[in-house]
Design a protein around this ligand. Structure first.
Ligand code: TXA
Ligand code: MG
Length: 315
């Protein structure tokens, strides 16, 4: 059931979580599907609800330094600098885990992915629960992440104990995931551009798309709408092929398409990222044959946007 994220409902969500419940909640990036990270049985329900394969580890959300040290064994200097610069916010760090973190959270890896969200509802919830929350994005495995409570309700509905509605996720793209040992490696491009990370820790290696269990977010097919998506310049698509399709672009709209959306007419990639998944969810609801997405410039946030579109088009 969906409830507005009033203080009373946040307290209710916290009670459910402490009683091994599973609750969807807003973060600034996308909505998460949370359980207390130390509660292996509750975490197992997240996997069942999402139909997520057990090799795909979860991100643990923490409120403060104290909660972080309950989850993570060691914080290298590079991580300290990144935490100082980007937390609370959309950067996830992969660090060595404490034994107390159940294997199911990390898919058996010796590391744990952690992030400190900035969304006031997520922070209030962490406060009330008093324990870190393991939470992947609140969508069925392989599908697009939700940026509104309604997306969660549509896809997961009654299987979740409670969905806290905190409005639209303002960032709209998942966090950037970075491993640090022995050198910084980008495991998933995301809401914090890699250039900004490099300004703090120096060169970051890019992990290529792979089926490696270390980086399941890097699976070639992921983040997909149900409607077939192709990366193509709509400008060159014949008029006759447009009427049963939708066009997506950074700045332009196109004639002849059943739907056409410019994510940011002024070319602002942050604004575009914020409405990317939302627009794809809307297009999906139209039941069209195809989505034609114009390639985005790949600097800054454009890299993460293109990463999501490439994976969506691989399905
Ligand atoms: O913005 C976000 O990151 C959102 C919000 C809810 O925080 N969460 C999210 O989680 O997008 P999701 O569904 O992408 O799942 C976490 C991903 C995994 O697919 C995997 O790629 C990576 O995090 N991951 C988790 N633990 C890891 C580890 N120990 N080593 C490497 N990658 C890990
Ligand atoms: Mg996900």
């Amino acid at each position: 059931m969906v409830r507005p994220a009033t203080p009373e409902n946040v307290r209710r969500a916290a009670r459910l979580l402490r009683a091994s419940g599973v609750v969807a909640f807003p973060t600034e990036t996308v909505y998460g599907l949370g359980a207390v990270a130390f509660d292996a049985r509750a975490v197992a329900r997240i996997f069942a609800i999402k139909q997520r394969p057990a090799f795909d580890p979860l991100i643990v959300h923490v409120r403060d330094a104290e909660m972080l040290s309950a989850v993570v064994a060691e914080i290298p200097d590079a991580a300290k600098s990144l935490i100082e610069r980007f937390w609370p916010g959309a950067l996830t760090l992969v660090l060595s885990k404490r034994t107390r973190v159940p294997e199911i959270v990390t898919a058996g890896l010796p590391t744990v992915a952690v992030r400190m969200p900035s969304h006031p509802v997520a922070r209030m919830l962490l406060d009330e629960v008093g324990e870190p929350l393991a939470a992947p994005s609140a969508n069925p495995f392989g599908r697009m992440s939700p940026t509104r409570a309604e997306h969660v309700a549509q896809a997961l509905g009654e299987r979740v104990d409670l969905i806290l509605d905190g409005g639209r996720s303002t960032v709209g793209l998942e966090s950037t995931i970075l491993a640090l040992e022995p050198v910084p490696v980008l495991l998933r491009s995301g809401a914090v551009p890699v250039e900004e990370i490099e300004a703090v820790v120096g060169p970051v290696r890019r992990a290529g798309p792979s089926n490696d269990v270390q980086a399941p977010g890097q699976l070639p097919v992921h983040y997909a709408p149900r409607t077939r998506l192709r990366l193509i310049d709509p400008e060159g698509v014949p008029m006759a092929d447009r009427s049963k399709a939708a066009a997506l672009s950074l700045r332009q709209t196109f004639e002849g398409y059943a739907a056409t959306r410019a994510l940011s007419p002024s070319g602002d990639l942050q604004e575009a990222a914020a409405s990317l998944f939302e627009t794809l969810h809307e297009f999906d609801a139209l039941g069209l044959e195809r989505i034609d997405a114009q390639p985005f410039p790949e600097d800054g946030l454009g890299a993460a946007i293109m990463d999501r579109l490439r994976r969506a088009s691989a399905s």
